[in-house]
Design a protein around this ligand. Structure first.
Ligand code: ADP
Ligand code: MG
Length: 701
């Protein structure tokens, strides 16, 4: 029997949350702090010392010896540098200290983080600044217990070097523009608007022993070789299947660890591919949800090892079965609890809902390229456009009810909402189910799902900051246009009508309710003029188009040099990832696969010779040897080709051209090599094959 867990008492026990602050801070300090967070005011420096001291006492009681500024550099991961609380005294002893200054500001050496040329290596100084909108927490790693302070990170000259600062800026921009619209529509009660995010996290678990025996998994996160298992996901028996014992025990420990950190882990289930799973938390503000998603990924990887697993977060660890995404459920709500994307029961006459809905549609159409770019990574490229994931074309799914209203708007005004009705199951003991007004569409990259949009293109290993920086900014921009019109208008309802109708007409091309996987859609999308961008490097360059630079600049999210630096980082890291993959593939072939197949071909040759010497007919054996040797020479030839194309790519100076060379010549050469290696795996004796196979990795639990 599992031990009972008192969830309500452990939830948030390692978080310096509102309840702890209320209990431990003097009233006026607590009030001043709440004002900072709730009203986006500046932090009063006078309270920093008191807060720091309270945090330190709380952390020490929980066993902490260190604190760290926790930030999110452009690597997409998080960074931490620990300092102990100790401060030596004259008598040779120490006291435990933590000042307001140490809480609010840090000064890590920034020279080894990607900066895209914003900072030369000799200009090493970088600053971290406490982000008080995301709670401080304690993390236990091994014997080490540390107080973590979520931070923004910038260079000596003030340019951002991280993902959090632009995320916070984009939230401010959205708040500002959404409030303008709400005020113009007559709302007098709300004071702030925040974007909310629920990030569904997909992942694979494979046995750690197999992982350790695969250089490709260890170094690149995905298998660069591996013939398909005789059985894949075709039986549809893993999705939502009953949980395996070891996996369920992992999930249970994962929940407890996340709950302690205040991460509201809510949903868990088997995903489509064998060995694939999902966790979804309850949504939070995009900032907190982004921090929590980083913690989730870290805790998953750490705990997997307790259970003899490795947790794979790569978008496509295994060819031929589903890859992993991170569905980005996004909505906007007011500080007094109104979800602005909630349609209500009669959406056609819900003016505020229609305005916010149409703002999102306009934003997604107008800025489709950068929204697409926000999920472009080397890993996600294997997924977008493949079977399980949306294609590389952005479109919006509205469903039957809203689709109908949107069409009515295009014609002038919306006068009715189609209803859902009830579903009768025809069994007297089963309840009749109220039916949603809209079915789901699993193929859409950007789907309205009842009271939020689900952006399904994000990759499983990505920081959620990137896509949400773009979403917040482009929606802020569409709202800004709307506010400009409404603020000067005499007749608000008539102006709203006009705006909605214009958006419905100008942006209806982006609405698509059909099957996004079908070939017809590719043709149709092209006719509609929607961008189709399968190549990540092209996506990155779209950030440099005037329309993109302008929208980031106008809303104070990223200035031009910050955008350019980011593009440089994206291009560089794309090439580096493919370069590491190519080098890993070469290393595996030369030091593991070729030696193994040479040994086996020698055994085949000996067999032929022995049988012949014994005077028997060795025709079959000779044919097997010939087939095998043919493939061995193919492998060798493809290895040489990959090697020389990789060398050529490395030598290219221009970042975009280098990325293109990796994508257009190195990657195909890797695929060609893989095809030959996989073909030989299928006919090589199991005793000689040097790598764990797909069957083992996907089915041993
Ligand atoms: P699905 O059936 O789409 O897989 P899940 O239950 O796995 O649904 O995930 C849905 C996610 O959407 C959850 O993280 C949930 O908290 C989130 N969500 C629900 N409402 C909102 C909202 N208003 N804003 C952002 N996310 C939301
Ligand atoms: Mg889900």
């Amino acid at each position: 029997m599992a031990q009972a867990v008192d969830v309500s008492s452990i939830f948030g026990e390692n978080v310096f949350n509102d309840a702890v602050m209320k209990a431990r801070l003097p009233k006026d300090v607590y009030k001043s702090f709440r004002k900072t967070v709730d009203e986006s005011a500046h932090l009063d420096p006078a309270i920093a010392d008191v807060m720091a001291n309270a945090m330190k006492d709380w952390a020490i009681e929980k066993g902490a010896t260190h604190y760290c500024h926790w930030f999110q550099p452009m690597t997409g991961l998080t960074a931490e540098k620990h300092d102990s609380f100790i401060s030596p005294t004259r008598d040779g002893k120490i006291v435990m200290e933590f000042s307001g200054k140490e809480l609010v500001q840090g000064e890590p050496d920034a020279s080894s983080f990607p900066s895209g040329g914003l900072r030369a290596t000799f200009e090493a100084r970088g600053y971290t600044a406490w982000d008080c909108t995301s709670p401080v927490f304690i993390k236990e790693d091994g014997e080490n217990t540390t107080l973590f302070i979520p931070c923004a990170f910038c260079s000596y000259t003030g340019e951002t070097l991280d993902k959090k600062t632009p995320l916070l800026r984009s939230m401010d921009a959205l708040d500002k523009q959404a409030m303008r619209v709400l005020r113009a529509l007559g709302n007098t009660t709300s004071n702030h608007v925040v974007a909310t995010l629920g990030a569904e996290q997909e992942y694979f678990l494979v046995d750690k022993d197999f992982y350790d025996a695969r250089l490709d998994l260890m170094l690149t996160g995905r298998t660069l070789f591996g013939a398909p298992a005789p059985r894949g996901q075709e039986m549809d028996d893993h999705y939502f299947g009953s949980l395996n014992h070891r996996v369920a025990t992992f999930m249970s420990e994962l929940n407890v660890e996340l709950w302690k950190l205040g991460v509201s882990s809510k949903t868990q289930h088997n995903e489509v591919s064998p060995a694939q799973y999902e966790m979804a938390p309850v949504f939070a503000t995009v900032n907190v949800a982004t921090d929590h998603n980083q913690l989730t990924m870290q805790v998953m990887q750490k705990l997997a090892e307790h259970h003899g697993f490795a947790c794979l977060l790569h978008e496509k660890p295994f060819a031929g079965v589903n890859g992993s995404g991170k569905h980005n459920n996004w909505a906007i709500s007011t500080d007094d609890g109104i979800n602005l994307l909630n349609p209500g029961s009669t959406p056609h006459d819900n003016m505020s809902f229609l305005i916010f809905l149409c703002a999102v549609i306009k934003a997604v159409d107008k800025y489709a390229k950068i929204l697409r770019a926000s999920v472009a990574t080397a890993g996600n490229e294997h997924r977008l456009g493949a079977n399980e994931a949306p294609p590389a074309i952005i479109s919006v799914f509205l469903g039957e009810q809203l689709g109908d209203i949107f069409e009515q708007l295009a014609l002038g005004a919306a006068n009715s909402s189609k209803e859902g009705g009830t579903l009768e199951l025809g069994v007297s003991t089963l309840p009749d189910l109220p039916k949603d007004s809209t079915d789901r569409n699993r193929t859409s990259p950007f789907a309205f799902t009842g009271n939020r949009f689900e952006f399904r293109m994000a990759g499983s290993s990505q920081s959620t900051a990137g896509p949400n920086i773009v979403l917040n900014t482009i929606v802020a921009d569409a709202l800004c246009d709307i506010a400009d019109e409404l603020e000067g208008a005499k007749d608000i309802p008539a102006t709203v009508q006009k705006i909605l109708s214009e958006i419905a007409n100008n942006h209806k091309r982006v609405v698509f309710n059909g099957d996004n996987y079908s070939g017809d859609w590719l043709d149709e999308a092209q006719k509609r003029g929607l961008p189709n961008m399968p190549n990540s490097a092209d996506c990155f360059e779209s950030y440099l188009e005037e329309i993109s630079l302008n929208v980031f600049e106008k809303h104070g999210v990223l200035n031009r040099s910050e955008v350019k630096a980011r593009v440089e980082i994206l291009l560089e890291s794309y090439s580096m990832i493919l370069g590491i993959e190519a080098k890993t593939a070469l290393k595996m072939v030369k030091t593991q696969i070729l030696p193994a197949i040479l040994k086996y071909s020698s055994e085949l040759a000996n067999t032929v010779a022995n049988i012949k010497a014994a005077g028997a007919d060795a025709t079959a054996q000779k044919e097997m040897l010939d087939e095998f040797c043919g493939l061995v020479s193919d492998v060798r030839e493809k290895t040489q080709k990959l090697e020389s194309l990789t060398q050529e790519a490395i030598a290219i100076e221009d970042a975009k051209k280098r990325a293109d060379a990796y994508k257009l010549s190195v990657l195909p050469a890797m695929d060609e090599l893989r095809a030959k290696v996989d073909a030989i795996e299928v006919i090589c004796s199991y005793d000689y094959w040097p790598l764990p196979t797909y069957s083992e990795m996907l089915f041993v639990k």
